[in-house]
Write a protein that binds this ligand. Structure first.
Ligand SMILES: Cc1cc2nc3c(=O)[nH]c(=O)nc-3n(C[C@H](O)[C@H](O)[C@H](O)COP(=O)(O)OP(=O)(O)OC[C@H]3O[C@@H](n4cnc5c(N)ncnc54)[C@H](O)[C@@H]3O)c2cc1C
Length: 536
């Protein structure tokens, strides 16, 4: 299906046969390096291969399973509050979906890449940013002061629409007046909803989402798809509909007809932090994306880290110092499995829930979440492609009407007078609009060329034939279960609520607990698990 759409694109683009062949041959010279974090370990667990007997047993007060944003937040918070008896088991991917990579001096994201300014409600993120020095003053004030190196500077984003670049991601140039009027009406409605308070006295949309109103109106919004809500409100403008769908794909990995109306609105209404020295709604970013925050937390937390993955977690009575929970872990070293056990008083499960369900004995049932597969491609550019003078390269560059979500430029925040010679363009594709299982299967079995064709769709649309000659190397990261899709009903899911409320020897902390995946949510569950673990 994907290959067909790629061929359709190539034909529609009107490239001559000779040029296509030349381009194709050049691409063949660049074989992408394909990474699939967790695939080997995941398959090992899934296939229930026999494991050797444990060769070591360790003991700790608190054990954190997983080194993503949730696990690292728990580690940072515990260390800060004086707990130093804890261990962190990395799992198959240190930093998880907030990981990044490096080519020489050029860092780039292989997952999350930006963080909107947190509102006052998002106090846990503000506290973290202050500890990391990203907030330099006033973390508790309505308008903190941020280190300006990390505040996204212009040009922030641009859109390739009907063959020309325009500023911003919402199409406006060449858009009929009645469509522009609908844009205005939509954003006026968002302003009202952003300030709305539910019948239970809570803000209707806020971070952490757990603290948003759960009144009857909020519950109603969660029973329908965002696309249905948009239609119900009388929005018809194709430019607006494309934009709303794009935003859902970009944040949730699924289009507006797949996500809950509450989630669709939360995207627009839950954020909007302000700062003393940045515009309202500004974003923070780093060359390596949110790996900067993950590695910063690791630096502050100084966790004792162990390579390996949890295979089985069980709780039994009677161990010394209440360390009643035992985790069997395995590590694959050059394809050979080694196992060891860790005993702990409290275990923070900061791994995805579908993995935890296979690891944690007697785990309460979780209704199956659907996870969207994503592909992140890093193009090491030996030089910048030529840009038109009136359409300079932006941090985020989006192409209208493709499957892709655009590409970001790793050196954008570089403020040296002369631009660097090389850079990394990172393109994002959520394989939305089809059955996630089928999309995952396609992604995991596709050839490097097929993956490259899809990953480079936006870049080829933006630069045509010149693009390929600028590329030195391509790394493609496949994230098969990248993020939970917030489908209608996700907020009232009783099985998720039960996991959030658990406060025994096993605590859960992962963005899956929110039913959708953004930094603020992942970090919230880590923060909360640490508070519970600290209570003794
Ligand atoms: C492509 C992409 C782009 C994104 N962009 C943004 C963005 O720009 N801004 C934003 O706010 N959010 C973004 N997100 C979402 C954000 O990255 C996530 O919400 C966040 O990183 C999730 O952190 P987590 O700790 O919940 O989970 P994960 O990142 O899933 O981490 C889980 C951890 O568990 C470990 N693990 C797995 N199995 C085991 C096991 N058996 N035993 C022990 N450990 C195990 C893994 O190794 C990993 O360390 C993006 C996500 C993706 C996929």
């Amino acid at each position: 299906m994907l290959r067909r759409s790629f061929l359709a694109w190539a034909v529609a683009s009107g490239a001559t046969a000779a040029a296509s062949v030349a381009g194709y041959l050049r691409w063949r010279e660049i074989t992408p390096v394909v990474h699939a974090p967790g695939r080997d370990a995941g398959h090992f667990l899934r296939d229930r291969k026999p494991l050797p007997a444990p060769s070591q047993s360790l003991s700790t007060d608190v054990l954190i399973l997983g080194s993503g944003v949730a696990g690292l937040t728990a580690a940072w918070k515990m260390r800060k509050e004086g707990q130093d008896d804890f261990l962190m088991l990395d799992g198959p991917e240190p930093y998880g979906n907030a990981a990044g990579g490096q080519h020489g001096s050029l860092a780039y994201p292989t997952g999350a890449h930006y963080l909107p300014l947190p509102t006052e409600d998002c106090f846990h993120v503000r506290e973290l940013l202050a500890d990391l020095g990203v907030i330099v003053r006033g973390a508790d004030a309505p308008k903190p002061t941020y280190d300006e190196r990390f505040v996204l500077h212009g040009p922030e984003d641009r859109l390739l629409y009907k063959g020309a670049w325009q500023e911003g991601v919402l199409p406006h140039e060449g858009v009929p007046a009645q469509e522009l009027a609908e844009h205005q009406r939509f954003f006026a409605q968002i302003d009202v909803l952003r300030a709305a308070v539910g019948a239970d006295g809570r803000r209707r949309f806020t971070f952490p989402s757990e603290r948003s109103s759960m009144d009857a109106a909020a519950a109603r919004l969660d029973t329908m798809h965002f696309g249905a809500w948009v239609a119900q409100q009388g929005y018809r403008a194709p430019s607006l509909l494309w934009y709303l769908d794009y935003c859902c794909r970009d944040d949730y990995g699924a289009g507006m007809n797949d996500v809950s109306a509450w989630a669709g609105l939360h995207y627009f209404c839950g954020r909007g932090g302000v700062a003393e020295n940045a515009e309202q709604g500004a974003w923070l970013t780093w060359p390596e994306g949110l790996q900067a925050l993950a590695s910063g937390m690791e630096r502050l937390a100084r966790p004792r880290r162990l390579a390996g993955s949890a295979v089985r977690l069980r709780t039994m009575a009677g161990a010394a110092r209440g360390r009643n929970t035992e985790v069997l872990c395995f590590a694959l070293e050059h394809g050979v499995a080694r196992t060891f056990t860790i005993r702990a008083r409290r275990v923070i499960c900061a791994m995805p829930l579908h993995v935890a369900a296979r690891v944690v004995e007697n785990m309460p049932d979780v209704h199956r979440q659907i996870h969207a597969p994503w592909m992140v491609a890093n193009f090491l550019m030996k030089r910048f492609p030529h840009e038109l003078p009136d359409a300079p390269l932006a941090w985020d560059n989006v192409v209208h009407g493709t499957q892709g979500l655009g590409y970001v430029v790793s050196t954008h925040q570089d403020i040296r007078v002369a631009p660097p010679e090389k850079t990394v363009f990172t393109s994002y594709v959520a394989l939305s609009g089809r059955d996630p299982r089928e999309a995952r299967k396609w992604m995991m079995t596709a050839s490097g060329e097929e993956l490259l064709a899809l990953a480079s769709e936006d870049l080829r649309a933006a630069y045509g034939m010149q693009f390929e000659s600028c590329v030195e190397r391509v790394d493609i990261t496949l994230r098969g279960h990248a993020m939970a899709v917030p489908r209608p009903g996700f907020r009232s899911d009783a099985s998720l609520r039960a996991l959030r409320e658990m406060d025994g020897p096993v605590l859960f902390a992962h963005s899956d607990l929110s039913g959708f995946s953004v930094f603020e949510e992942a970090s919230w569950w880590g923060y909360r698990a640490a508070q519970r673990a600290l209570r003794g």
